[in-house]
Design a protein around this ligand. Sequence first.
Ligand code: ATP
Length: 612
Amino acid sequence: MKNLGKNLLGAFTLLVVVAFIFSLFVNFGSSSPKNLDISQVAADVAAGTVKNITVNGNDLSLTLADGTQAVSHKESDASLTDTLKNYGVTPVELSKVDVTVQSQSGFDYWMGILLPTLVSVILMVLIFWWFFRQARMGANQAMSFGKINIRLFSANRDKVTFKDVAGLKESKEELEEVVDFLRHSKKFIDIGARIPRGVLLMGPPGTGKTLLARAVAGESGVPFFHLSASEFVEMFVGVGASRVRDLFATAKKAAPSIIFIDEIDAVGRERGAGLGGGHDEREQTLNQILVEMDGFDRDTNVIVMAATNRPDILDPALLRPGRFDRRVVLDIPDIKDREEILKIHAKGKPLDKTVDLRTVAVRTPGFSGADLANLMNEAAILAARNNRKTVTHEDLLDSIEKVMLGPARKSRVISDKEKKVTAYHEAGHALVAASLKDADPVHKVSIISRGMAGGYTLKLPIEERHLRTRSEFLADLAVSFGGYAAESAVFKDVSTGSSNDIKEATDLARRMVTQYGMSDRLGTRTFGKNDEMIFLGRELTAEKDYSEAIGTEIDEEINRIIKRTFDFAKKAVTAHRDILDKIAEALIKKETLEQEEFAALIKGSGLKSSTV
Ligand code: ATP
């Protein structure tokens, strides 16, 4: 479209230029003599005031008796004498005028004939040329359909090294070996070692897989071809495979080099696991990747790196030795790594003296590297919006909640009644959390709406944990029901504010029974096969591998767990109604209670640490 516009503009400009030149020629030589009509000429001839007439085709140039010049035109199929006779000029009167007939020639004459033809021919040629060009471009596009649009990271521009990746010590060690292969491949080949072909980076979203792959490229200084697996897949069968061939051919030409395929699960899903056909294209693409990885010569120095969040759904053939045999796991960062990541992203952002990145790291368990980078950025934006030159500790703490729950919606108008309901709801969560030994300590309670939540109670674990226990889950469930229990105890009514709590609690109770073997009655087995099948973007329900009777038992167990934890929450809020009121009142007054304020409120209230 852009080209079409450009061409049209070009053609238009050309037309204007041609018309301009043409008009120059047409007016050429006309020193504006008087223009007479033929009847006037006849009258003048009759009156004897015309000295001579020069006839050139149909054009007449006249010289009058007083010496002035004039021009006129006659009809094309009649001679001048006939015309004048018809106007009543007698032969005697005519004989007094000197008539000269000129043969038609000269520049003007030829230009007059040729120019219109020339202009139209030129225009035709231009239009044809333009059409051919378009057609040729289309043909080229069709030919390059199977070509892949790979991005080549230049090692010098935006160079990333291992220093820019915080934490991930083991992953970096593993990849340092890869860098060594790329840099000093000869020493490995000489000793008969086979250079690894594929490195699979696995880990939750935002843990730095792409960053680490770029760091490998930066460290080894070789060309780095980067693309996302979804770029292989087109509407047409066979295009993906052709693009894979093209990609590997390009990388081999540039060897030693790295190919990085992001989100490999887009094409690398286990074959034959698709729903009702239609997966030919993806499977062909995957086959081609397998073939290409096999096809490397022993000493072809191309390493394929790939990233995925879902290694469990990859085709086993991709993972066998000789393909992606090196697997590097990237985990959600622990507290030390979080601090490091924060430090890296604090570069270039002047921090206030009050900032303590360790505290920020403590408050952000479960945050990925990308979340932390985002947090730092949000804090900087907050500082800039408040016209400050440095980022303060407060900015960082505020941003934690913003990243977790969405921006605060302080301006949302809520009625006093709603405010009271929200305050009791959050007070219920906080109170139940405070009365449980296995619940995480409350860090903050707030009734300021954030994102979708009306209010929130922030609980954070004391230390990093990788395993969760049944007692912790039961405590979590009881805390979830705290809001609902408080609302029903105080108002004898419940609001829609608990819907999300209930949904999450039910999910957790189901997982406890069906996946974690945490039900005494049903024992240590899983229920339902969770083979991932994504259909139209939604996960289809797990396959049922148990009887109807067991299904009923599962439901009963889920209900039992929910009832048990809900009863605990109900008991806690009714037994400590006075503390509940105190917390809710404080919330209505202050809107947000920090950890210390909350601790001061419940101190000496006789709240015991118990278990569900
Ligand atoms: P996805 O699976 O969603 O593609 P990813 O694992 O590839 O995610 P990256 O794109 O590598 O994640 O990371 C996103 C951003 O997070 C990086 O650009 C970087 O700013 C930050 N980040 C993640 N991990 C780290 C880390 N260990 N050190 C420094 N920055 C990190």
